[in-house]
Design a protein around this ligand. Structure first.
Ligand code: DC
Length: 462
């Protein structure tokens, strides 16, 4: 879930965003601290005011990092140097608007903020987090307060840090910054159309937090019906489904597009196959028994589709290498079993289209995203195609790991090692607020992590 809290200087963003993040166990990102750090870097390098366009370059090369603290200001570092206090000093405050109006600086920091958002649940605060950085954020809040109130709050904040600034000067500073931040051409401070505006003048911090929490709760629905504070909508299986494990393995569940041949093969092969390989199947309850499922499995043996197929009672339509269709009888059989070809090593649009059609009809599509069999128990590189399919609305992507199948055939002869099949929880898909390529990258990363975790747990259970 992505929560964007914007507003002018001193409107209470930091306090509120930090507290909301703490309550929900989410990351917190103070984007103002990022602009302030780049401003300090530019000031130190003598780039302000005449050479600001060089600041982004300098910042891209500097090792800037930020550590969010639940009870205090975000800590900022330039390399090993901690600049947490320096970036809040008067000189930085007076120059940050000019530096943050630079297009290259904004492009650099916006990209970085989106990356942080890709980590999952995050509360961002700033000026443009709901309008530019995450225009599709799950919850958007725009905080305002009278200028006097904001100056008073800033003064208290500074006094707590041992800095005594005259009230009038703070009012003047804030007014100047408001004018600059709202008036600039690029990503000006403005309320997003769909943001909730809260005037915090005269409200206590607790009251503002309550108001924001209520907005978030309303978005998440009753008892968190949009899933856990997940990274946006986690695809959930329809409720009240019987768990796959409770089904007799020999009876297939009716599934769209299923074929008589598969049904027949399933019913006689499954008990035999499971018995012969003393198969252990764990986590099958992660497979919804209705609706579209994208199944992503690791790949070690030519027999893997069989191991996948006998692991749960729905027909799996495999995306299989096109070469198999050239083997005369085999091609016909796998066709009748509902598999479809993919040309490896290229972006095969026809295969993707077929997969989407099948998912659209509510079927299970099986893929081996490593592309080819892997030796030695390790994982191969994951092809991005699977990520693009899994971003399709309503599709549940379930990772699974086969362990032991690499020993099922030796020198062309069958063997009967013990085989363990482990299904993982459906992958959480990143928020729609991220650009598509970034979302696909995150899904691939999550898939790799899930495979690794499942492999580790499978090995540990041997
Ligand atoms: O929130 P703050 O006062 O620490 O932010 C410092 C400055 O950074 C602010 O005057 C404008 C700029 N800023 C921005 O341009 N965009 C953001 N998302 C956050 C801050």
């Amino acid at each position: 879930m992505i929560i964007a809290i914007d507003g002018p200087a001193g409107s209470g963003k930091s306090t509120i965003a930090r507290e909301v993040a703490k309550r929900l166990g989410m990351h917190y990102l103070d984007t103002g601290a990022m602009y302030r750090t780049v401003t300090l870097l530019a000031l130190d390098a003598g780039l302000v005011p005449d050479r600001i366009p060089e600041a982004a370059d300098l910042a891209a090369r500097a090792d800037l990092h930020f550590v969010d603290r639940q009870d205090d200001l975000t800590r900022a570092f330039i390399g090993d140097r901690e600049v947490t206090d320096d970036i809040r000093g008067r000189v930085v405050s007076q120059n940050v608007s000019a530096v943050s109006a630079d297009a290259a600086v904004r492009a650099l920091l916006t990209a970085r903020q989106r990356q942080e958002g890709a980590r999952g649940d995050v509360v961002l605060e700033g000026r443009d987090t709901g309008t530019v950085v995450f225009p599709d954020a799950d919850v958007k809040v725009f905080l305002v307060a009278s200028i006097e109130e904001r100056a008073r709050r800033r003064r208290e904040q500074l006094l707590a840090q041992g800095v005594d600034e005259p009230f009038d000067e703070l009012v003047a500073d804030i007014a100047a910054r408001d004018a600059y931040d709202s008036g600039r051409a690029l990503a000006p401070l403005r309320k997003a159309d769909d943001a909730a505006e809260i005037d915090t003048t005269g409200m206590t911090i607790a009251e503002v937090i309550e108001t924001v929490s209520a907005l978030i709760a309303a978005k998440r629905g009753p008892a968190g019906s949009t899933g856990p504070v997940g990274t946006a909508a986690r695809p959930t299986a329809p409720a009240a489904q019987p768990a796959a494990e409770k089904w007799a393995v020999s009876r297939m569940v009716k599934s769209p597009l299923d074929s008589g041949l598969y049904r027949f093969a399933y019913s006689f092969l499954t008990p035999l196959w499971r018995f012969a390989f003393r198969m252990r199947v764990r986590g099958a309850e992660n497979i919804p028994l209705t609706g579209p499922v994208l199944l992503a499995s690791n790949h070690r043996s030519n027999l893997d589709p069989f191991f996948v197929g006998v692991s749960f009672p729905r027909q799996v339509h495999f995306m299989a290498k096109a070469e198999l269709w050239k083997v005369r009888v085999l091609g016909g059989v796998i066709d009748m079993l509902g598999s479809f070809p993919v040309k490896r090593g290229e972006a095969d649009r026809t295969a993707v289209k077929r997969a989407l059609e099948m998912l659209g009809a509510g079927a299970v599509v099986g893929m081996f995203p490593e592309g080819r069999r892997q030796r030695g128990g390790s994982l191969g590189e994951i092809h991005p195609g699977v990520s693009l399919l899994s971003l399709r609305k309503g599709v549940v992507t379930v990772p699974m790991v086969l362990d032991g199948t690499e020993r099922a055939v030796r020198k062309g002869l069958p063997r009967f090692p013990r085989v363990t099949v482990t299904f993982g929880a459906p992958l959480e898909v990143p928020s729609d607020a991220l650009p598509r390529s970034e979302r696909a990258r995150v899904v691939t990363e999550r898939l790799v992590e899930a495979f690794q975790r499942l492999l580790d747990s499978s090995t540990a259970s041997q």
